[in-house]
Each structure stands twice: as C-alpha cells, then as structure tokens.
Design a protein around this ligand. Structure first.
Ligand code: HEC
Length: 194
C-alpha cells in the first residue's frame, strides 16, 4: 500500500521524462542547426575573399600581360628596338592614368616617342577583348613591374574613361594623347597629375 512512494521516486514522473526527451530533441535540433549554418559561416570571411581577389587581380594582370602583350613588348617589358617600345621606365606607362587607359582601350598608331626613340607602328585596341577589370589589372601590372613603381589603376577608373570615350572608334595618336583633354579620369581632378 505504502510502496507507491518508493515506486514514484524510483521512476521519473512523465513530465521529467518528456522534458528529457524534449531536451534531447532540442540538442539534436541545435546540432542540426549548427550544421546547417556551417556553409553560411564559410561565406562570412569576406575579408579573406577580398584579399584573395586582390591577389587574383595581380595574377590576372600578369596573365593578361603574358598572353596579350608579351609577344610584342617582350618579357620584362624590354620591347624590341625599332619595332615595339619598352614598358620600363616610360612616361606613357608611369604617367597619367587616363592617357594609359585610353591608349589600351582604343589602341595607338602613328609616331610615338618613347625614351628618346621614335616608333611608328600600330598597337591594337584592347577595349573589346578586356573588361574594365582586365584593363585595370594589366595596366596596374605594368605600372608595378619591370622596375616601375606607379600607382594602381582601378576598374572604376577604367569604366569612367570607357564611358567618356565610347564614341572613339579609331586608335589614338601620341599627338592626341598629349592634350590634357585626352588625359585624366573624368570627374577626378587628382588623376591628371603626371
Ligand atoms: C601587336 C603588337 C602589340 C601588342 C600585342 C601590344 N602592344 Fe603595346 N604597343 C605596340 C606598338 C607598336 C606601340 C607603339 C605604337 C605606335 O608606334 O604608335 C605600343 C605602345 C604601347 C605603350 C606606349 C608606349 C610605351 O612603350 O610606353 C604602352 C603603355 C603599351 N603599348 C602597352 C601595352 C599593353 C599593356 C599591352 C597588352 C594589353 C600591349 N601594349 C600589347 C605594340 C603592341
């Protein structure tokens, strides 16, 4: 008769058991949720991705140079005397950004003086083959290699120049590019300094 006391103390009442089951379920669900959020957590280190991107941009610049420029301008930007001007220590490379972007977007032909030598060839336009980012990557690459140490060029700067010169159909001449009107980044007053 009075064993019911000892009976109820030996086995847990229903709500404790139920609660325990709920707790277990909660832990299980919690683990699931944690697993579920894991892939999202991987995408959160945008800093890593951004750092990776800037590394990739430098890689991209080198790759573009090797595949699209080196055949003429040679390894290390040495050029070919009399035919293809060098890309080391030239004002066209290290000087005004807007002028370099224009030249790469639309090409250049006619006489151009580079480091005291006159060349008279044709460089094809790259604006069709390369996106803003590609033009930015390769121009930044040539400005920071071959002994050059000029500032980077961004895709935004290329986009601004591309938009401002979109009516341009033929290659520039050096003469045209010496004019202030064909230099600088539109809307950016600091970019015209040489
Ligand atoms: C088909 C050959 C050829 C290719 C490929 C070529 N260029 Fe040129 N580049 C020239 C020639 C030729 C000139 C000089 C144009 C002239 O005589 O009017 C020149 C001029 C230049 C100049 C200005 C002069 C200087 O030496 O500083 C730069 C900068 C330049 N090229 C960069 C590039 C970059 C960057 C690429 C790759 C995206 C490239 N070129 C691909 C032939 C080429």
């Amino acid at each position: 008769m009075f064993t019911s006391d000892s009976q109820s103390s030996s086995s847990f009442p229903w709500y404790v058991q139920f609660g325990g089951a709920l707790l277990a379920l909660g832990v299980f669900l919690g683990m699931q949720a944690e697993e579920g959020t894991a892939p999202a957590a991987v995408s959160s280190p945008t800093a890593v991705q951004t750092a990776g991107l800037s590394v990739n941009l430098a890689d991209e610049g080198e790759q573009i140079y090797n595949t699209r420029c080196m055949s003429c301008h040679q390894m290390g930007g040495r050029g070919v005397p009399g035919s293809f001007p060098p890309l080391r220590d030239t004002d066209w490379v290290n000087g005004d950004k807007g002028r370099l972007i224009r030249m790469l977007l639309h090409g250049i032909s006619g006489q151009i003086e580079v480091k005291g030598q006159t060349y008279s060839g044709v460089m094809p336009p790259w604006g069709g083959a390369l996106e803003d980012e590609g033009i930015a990557a390769v121009s930044t690459y040539i400005r920071s290699n071959f002994g050059n140490d000029a500032s980077a060029i961004t895709a935004e700067e290329v986009a601004k120049v591309r938009a401002a010169t979109k009516g341009r159909k033929k290659p520039w001449t050096a003469e045209e590019l010496k004019k202030k009107a064909n230099q600088g980044i539109p809307g950016d007053s600091t970019a015209t300094e040489d």
